[in-house]
Design a protein around this ligand. Structure first.
Ligand code: UN1
Length: 510
């Protein structure tokens, strides 16, 4: 296995990137695949953060006046650069976040997809025309840019989640300030530099279109996130991460009546009914539960399976889990790469201990492939049969642990179990029964933002709105009309009648 640092040099060269300005001693970035230190980076100070916000605000004052379809052209150019550099940027994601090659590439594809979506959207930021009750009047809605959009992103989708926010925010006429996870600043630096290249090329063709400082990157710890949450220069703050982080951000942003778009923890379940295609379910469960080493917010964490099919399904899953290829994420054929770091491994072991204490039967979960690096944390994904939905099952542990619960009786019991956790991101049902599928998607069904039928809980396309309810935070990002979260709505009433009739028939004669 080639050394991660050597591969990093190659990737940076392919991307035409220079880490120079960011190199420093504040902290080290490790490659999860072999535990090797990739680089040292320096963090931004509080003063630098304030200066970046002021500069972004200044840039926004110019950008909001650029026609939306012209703003779309910037995002189109960025998407072109991503296409050109997909292989290298995808590999950088694998090096820094430990994702297997296909998922690193997939993440960049997700960026390209959202750029295409945002480009089309730049010509469709429509408002309604509304019938006025008064003669000679017209009512309509206009959508306007908000200002600076802050983006806090997590290590597990180090570039795609930023791009959902960035691409929409930019076509909607906002400036952006990004605070990536401390664990993945290199991919953020790469994206920022590629976006910069797109801006420079655009300005070379059409001078002065993109204001200087429109996109800012803040590298550092939670104090920078707090600065974004507190600043009145940030009317919208989109934050992805733990429920703990989201709770702090939400309160701070609400204190100043800002808008928070929150995408927090998930505790996603799949219901398997007696009529399900079990082979299809087993494959979907495996991708959703062990993909990205269980470190997606949409990872399948709870399997709620009907007692009549549980043994057959579990036998098949145990077989797959035993044979799944775990190892170097950059090696072809690997399906499960490493956990992000030792802390993630320790948290997983603690959860498994608690599960045992609560009566669980654990299969797997142990450390494997220690030969790949002393500080590289690979695990066999764990299948854990639980007697009930006890405390550990109700909590999100960011690791490949699948808790299995059996249900008897009808699908209503399974739906009730599914909804009886604090989180509400993604959910799925495997069934051939139309009635069960419809019930699951109905108002009395799944309480999650995503409710799938015969598909796993993870791997959403960018065209739909992404996000969830309850402790997941309620935010929506990416497709559908999520763009409205990045704009403000003005209601305009225009009177061309020459008279002044009042609404509700009010008489006020002067
Ligand atoms: C996340 O884990 O934060 O649906 C986002 C999915 C991906 C996005 C996950 N498209 O799994």
């Amino acid at each position: 296995m080639s050394d991660s640092r050597t591969r990093l040099q190659q990737v940076l060269q392919d991307l035409g990137l220079d880490l120079g300005a960011f190199e420093g001693q504040d902290w080290s970035i490790r490659a999860p695949r072999d535990g090797v230190v990739l680089a040292g980076v320096k963090s931004h100070s509080a003063e630098q953060a304030q200066a970046a916000l002021a500069q972004a605000h200044q840039a926004w004052l110019g950008w909001r006046g650029v026609p939306a379809p012209v703003r779309g052209e910037l995002v189109r150019r960025f998407g072109e650069l991503l296409r050109r550099h997909k292989a290298a940027l995808g590999e950088l994601v694998s090096l820094e976040a430990g994702k297997i090659a296909a998922e690193g590439q997939g993440e960049v594809q997700e960026m390209i997809d959202i750029c295409d979506f945002a480009l089309g959207l730049s010509r469709q930021l429509h408002g309604l025309t509304i019938a006025s009750e008064r003669p000679g009047h017209r009512m309509m809605e206009t959508w306007h840019p908000m200002g600076v959009v802050g983006i806090i992103s997590a290590f597990n989708f180090p570039v795609a989640v930023w791009s959902w926010n960035a691409a929409l925010a930019l076509v909607c006429g906002n400036a952006i300030v990004w605070k990536p996870s401390e664990k993945t600043p290199l991919t953020a630096i790469a994206c920022q530099q590629l976006l910069r290249q797109a801006m420079e090329a655009f300005n070379a063709d059409q001078p002065g279109t993109v204001p200087e400082g429109l996109s800012q990157l803040l590298i550092g710890g939670r104090e920078l996130g707090e600065a974004l949450a507190a600043s009145p220069l940030v009317p919208v703050l989109s934050a992805t991460g733990s429920t703990r982080m989201g709770r702090q951000v939400a309160v701070k942003v609400a204190e100043r009546f800002g808008r928070a778009i929150l995408e927090l923890g998930g505790n996603n379940a799949m219901i398997v009914t007696p009529t399900a295609d079990l082979e299809l379910a087993a494959r979907a469960i495996t991708f959703a539960a062990v993909g990205t080493a269980g470190q997606r917010c949409t990872t399948l964490r709870r399997l709620i399976v009907h007692a009549s099919v549980a043994d057959a399904l579990l036998a098949r899953l145990a077989q797959i889990y035993q044979s799944i290829a775990i190892g170097d994420p950059l090696q072809q054929g690997t399906l499960v790469g490493p956990l992000i770091d030792r802390a993630a491994f320790d948290a997983m072991q603690r959860a498994l201990e608690q599960a045992r204490a609560e009566g669980g039967q654990v299969l797997g979960g142990e450390r494997v492939r220690a030969d790949l690096g002393q500080d590289a944390w690979y695990v066999r994904p764990a299948l854990v049969q639980m007697p009930g939905q006890s405390a550990v099952v109700q909590r999100e542990t960011f690791a490949p642990i699948l808790y299995v619960l059996r249900y008897g009786g009808d699908t209503g019991a399974a739906i009730a179990l599914q909804n009886a956790v604090p989180q509400g991101l993604s959910s799925a049902i495997f069934t051939q029964s139309l009635a069960d599928a419809e019930r699951f998607m109905s108002a009395a069904g799944s309480d999650c933002g995503i409710a799938n039928v015969n598909i796993g809980t993870s791997g959403a396309e960018i065209g739909g709105a992404f996000g969830g309810e309850k402790e997941t935070g309620g935010g929506r990002e990416s497709g559908s009309d999520a763009w409205k979260g990045y704009m403000r709505r003005a209601t305009n009433t225009i009177n061309y009648s020459g008279a002044l009739p009042l609404a509700q028939g009010v008489r006020f004669d002067v």
